[in-house]
Design a protein around this ligand. Structure first.
Ligand code: 6AU
Length: 262
């Protein structure tokens, strides 16, 4: 099964896309399957936290539209740090409009973010819009990818089993740009060539006041089947984000090693 296979073996599958291979390779080089959600409110904090967690992560996840004072220079610094510390940048925009609108939005994001999240609510034509943006520039081909939201971690969300099934179908139709699914259970991902990204991870809390549900790193890798785990406030709001990132990174990676060696 997918969860028993190592990232090495999965990256060598014929159907694994170039950008997915790049992610697998990076996790193995850094021994990190930690994605940090830098959910802060100013550009200064974004760069400060990124500098601290950079060495421990495979993906830096942003909600850039929630951050004040972000300029071209901020994005350039972010890109420089991504190079320096060897991680990818994902803008968690959760795009959800018609193909043409998504294309306009993505034209801006594609310049600085390696990865982007989308909802599948609009169907396959939205993915086609993104594909067109990527195909227009040969430097982007193989260097850009999409995670599709198949499940949400919060209480009361409206996603149904049917919606999940249809989402999985779309992910298989656009394999050259879809690197994986954002989901909460180990039976959603249809193929070992796709990556399971799972948020809702915290060592100290089991929920927040707005319906977010948390599990610890072991549970999320072993029970939920996450390949890469997303940690936000558990790291960003810690007194020592670098130390916290290191702790999460080691716990998550050791659990992944345990999972694939049994
Ligand atoms: O660890 P937290 O709760 O501070 O942050 C979790 C991060 C946030 C959410 O926008 C995001 O993960 N997220 C997502 C993603 C990654 O798409 C999906 C989901 O179901 N739940 C969730 O929390 O930046």
């Amino acid at each position: 099964s997918r969860t028993k296979m190592g990232f090495n073996e999965r990256s060598e599958l014929l159907e694994t896309s170039k950008i997915t291979q790049k992610i697998f390779k990076l996790t193995l080089e850094k021994k990190s399957n930690l994605c940090v959600a830098v959910d802060v409110d100013t550009a200064d904090k974004l760069l400060d936290i990124t500098e601290k967690v950079g060495p421990y992560i495979c993906i830096l996840k942003t909600h850039i539209d929630a951050i004040s004072g972000v300029t071209e220079a901020t994005l350039n610094s972010l890109k420089l740090m991504a190079k320096q510390y060897n991680f990818l940048i994902m803008e968690d925009r959760k795009m959800a409009d018609i193909g043409n609108t998504v294309k306009l939005q993505y034209n801006k994001i594609v310049k600085w973010a390696d990865l982007v999240t989308v909802h599948s609510i609009s169907g396959g034509m939205m993915l086609k819009g993104l594909q067109e943006v990527i195909n227009e520039d040969k430097d982007l081909l193989g260097n850009r990818g999409v995670f599709i939201i198949a499940e949400l971690s919060c209480d009361g969300n409206l996603i149904s089993q049917q919606y999940i099934k249809e989402t999985v179908k779309i992910s298989e139709e656009y394999k050259d740009i879809v690197v994986g699914l954002v989901c909460q259970s180990d039976d959603v991902i249809p193929s070992p060539s796709l990556i399971q990204l799972t948020p809702g991870v915290n060592m100290k809390n089991s929920e927040d006041s707005l319906g977010q549900k948390y599990q610890n790193p072991s549970d999320v890798i072993l029970t939920k089947g996450a390949d890469i785990a997303v940690v936000g406030r558990g790291i960003v709001q810690d007194d020592n984000p670098a130390e916290a990132a290191k702790l999460y990174k080691e716990w998550l990676w050791n659990t992944y090693i345990e999972r694939v060696s049994n």
